[in-house]
Design a protein around this ligand. Structure first.
Ligand SMILES: Nc1ncnc2c1ncn2[C@@H]1O[C@H](COP(=O)(O)OP(=O)(O)OP(=O)(O)O)[C@@H](O)[C@H]1O
Length: 276
């Protein structure tokens, strides 16, 4: 279980990217974090694993307070956090198998890591996961020969082989076409559910969030302004998230639009119709 209390981040520039966010992700739920550009979504994920140092607040992964850890303990705790990135963050000149096995680097000795020598059970597990993500028989391909969707499958496999306690996913579909995005999201949430790993996903596309997440949290200007199941994210909730608007109760009820409606919700950062 991930538990975050009063998380704050003020950058050296004075930007208050997070202004006291409290939330949790537990069980095997998938939580989608939505919000306009600059709302603080990436900062939140980076503060959780402390790639960015929070200015205040606490982050717990199960019983461990990540915000209280020194360097060595943090390195070890990060083995429990699987990261999946927008730009895949793969090693281009290495093979699919080699990239997946980098997910096990935190578990082998420095010498084994240097020699990229992994125990047979890791290799066996890598084959099984590659099969599960639809990349069976592609283990010897270099990742620079793969499509975007295939690369993201490698990214998923690399995170899953860590046997993490949580998956943190930052804009997994931004570089993918709509159909591949949908497939990748389904794969990600299915695998996480099978393995009973909770997932926190930053995502721009509201329609994908609504289709695949169990719960949605909305950030606006570094504050959590919406939290609820997809069925509760109506136009009023979208206005709160994307415009920071306090909308009167009686204006809700309009159904959020989907990709197929033309003015796609994946462009929800843009002002909504009628807004100047
Ligand atoms: N390294 C940094 N130094 C200074 N300010 C930063 C830094 N990274 C982000 N910010 C600022 O913090 C705020 C939140 O940015 P962040 O990237 O977390 O938002 P986001 O919701 O992930 O946006 P996007 O969807 O465009 O990725 C923005 O005002 C941004 O300009």
């Amino acid at each position: 279980m991930l538990r975050v209390t009063d998380l704050r981040k003020t950058y050296a520039t004075g930007d208050e990217a997070l202004q006291g966010v409290t939330m949790s992700v537990e069980g095997s739920e998938t939580v989608a974090m939505i919000g306009p550009s600059g709302a603080g979504k990436s900062t939140f994920i980076r503060c959780v694993n402390r790639l960015t140092e929070p200015s205040g607040g606490r982050v717990y992964l199960d019983e461990t307070e990540l915000t209280g850890l020194g360097d060595d303990a943090l390195r070890s705790a990060r083995r429990d956090i699987g990261m999946i990135f927008q730009e895949y963050n793969l090693v281009e000149r290495l093979t699919v198998m080699e990239n997946v096995l980098t997910g096990r680097l935190g578990y082998v000795s420095a010498w084994q890591a240097f020699r990229r020598s992994f125990p047979p059970e890791d290799i066996e597990r890598a084959y099984q996961i590659l099969d599960r993500v639809g990349l069976a028989d592609m283990e010897n391909k270099r990742v620079d020969e793969l499509s975007g969707g295939q690369r993201q499958r490698v990214g998923i496999a690399r995170a899953v082989i860590q046997q993490p306690k949580i998956l943190l996913v930052d804009e997994p579909t931004s570089s993918l076409d709509p159909e591949t995005s949908d497939t990748v999201m389904r794969l990600l949430t299915d695998i996480a559910a099978e393995r009973e790993v909770p997932v926190l996903i930053n995502i721009h596309e509201v329609d994908l969030a609504m289709e695949h997440a169990d719960r949605i949290v909305g950030l606006h200007d570094g504050e959590l302004v919406f939290e609820g199941p997809p069925s509760e994210l109506d136009q009023r909730g979208l206005d709160q998230v994307y415009r920071g608007a306090a909308v009167p109760e009686n204006t809700d009820g309009e159904k959020p639009r989907s990709r197929s409606d033309g003015d796609a919700l994946s462009n929800a950062d843009r002002p909504l119709a009628g807004e100047t």
